[in-house]
Write a protein that binds this ligand. Structure first.
Ligand code: ATP
Length: 311
């Protein structure tokens, strides 16, 4: 059987006494676009640092195409391209000089370097910026140079930590076009972290990390189907009174999430009509929606995606 692109088994991580990852296991297939989604503090960056061999792995095992990060660090680094959240460009150097620096680090030389540079600059629409100083580039263009650096040694797996941060919508779209090209045209496995729900929708599969735990793992559609039906959200000044009334008089089970009352139902419009006939005195506003990834997160954790967690 050919190896998984990425295999993560029983990985935990502690910063002192604080547990940042708790027994995470999953695998990623070659050619997948895979998103680690989670709110701040979920553990995404910690897992990213372990995957990119930036931080030593102490609990569990991680392998990239069958090579474990603890025993085959050098081979793993040849297989992965990494785009960090923090800019890694030397701002005083040109685009080409930044690429040359990366080439020296990875031992890419001669004709291979020339061919790779030409292809990457072309694909990332940077050819006419080759001799520009990095600090003169916009945020979106800089991110594209980071991508060129990450892909220079033709890695089979590209890891990106929050790649959309600081990009405007057009730059985000350009980045996603390139990621999809890499996957389709070159079979590169793309693994990224994100705290943006709409970005996770573009993935083949999503892993949701919350407080260091893997709380969901599937395709975006399968995750939403798991919730099923329609989601009704009600704004009210008396959430508990409304929840009790819905249970008592309509046998509907609702819950309070961030001052709103939520429930899932097979028949959204019909349920809204019944609620308005029975409990309109307690309803300030009522909305109906198909389940979103936010609903998946709420169903898995009982909290809203954006809610702060007190450690
Ligand atoms: N260097 C560190 N020292 C101590 N605790 C840390 C360190 N880095 C992260 N943590 C803690 O570990 C947990 C997971 O953090 P991590 O940065 O991996 O989450 P994240 O999902 O990437 O969040 P963010 O999007 O805010 O970066 C958090 O509770 C965080 O406070």
């Amino acid at each position: 059987m050919s190896p998984r692109a990425v295999s993560i088994e029983n990985v935990s991580h502690f910063y002192g006494k604080r547990q940042a990852l708790a027994d995470v296991s999953l695998s990623i297939d070659p050619g997948e676009i895979f998103v680690f989604l989670g709110p701040n503090g979920g553990g995404k960056s910690t897992l990213f640092r372990l995957l990119s061999t930036l931080m030593p792995l102490r609990h569990g095992s991680i392998s990239i195409y069958g090579r474990t990060v603890t025993t085959h660090q050098h081979e793993v680094r040849q297989q992965i391209g990494v785009v960090f959240q923090m800019p890694s460009l030397d701002k005083k150097l040109t685009v080409q000089e930044n690429i040359d620096q990366q080439a020296a680090l990875y031992g890419v030389t001669g004709q291979t370097l020339k061919d790779r540079t030409t292809l990457l600059l072309d694909k990332l629409e940077l050819t006419d910026r080759q001799n520009d100083i990095a600090e003169d580039l916009s945020g979106g263009l800089r991110r594209r140079v980071e991508l060129a650096k990450g892909m220079l040694h033709s890695p089979k797996v590209l890891l990106l930590d929050e790649p959309s941060t600081g990009l405007d919508p057009a730059a985000r779209q350009a980045m996603w076009r390139y990621l999809e090209f890499l996957r389709t045209d070159q079979g590169v496995t793309i693994v990224l972290t994100s705290h943006l729900l709409e970005e996770a929708e573009k993935a083949d599969r999503i892993a949701i990390l919350d407080q260091g735990r893997l709380v969901a793992l599937n395709t975006p559609d399968a995750l939403k189907d798991q919730i099923g039906g329609d989601t009704i959200t009600i704004r009210t000044r008396q959430p508990q009174a409304l929840i009790e009334k819905l249970k008592r008089e309509l046998n509907l089970t609702a819950s309070e999430v961030s001052d709103l009352v939520r429930l899932e139902t097979e028949d959204g419009p019909g349920t809204i009509r019944t609620i308005m006939q029975t409990a309109s005195d307690l309803v300030d506003a009522i909305t109906l929606a198909k389940p979103s990834l936010e609903d998946v997160f709420i169903a898995m954790t009982g909290r809203q995606f954006t809610e702060e967690v007190t450690p």
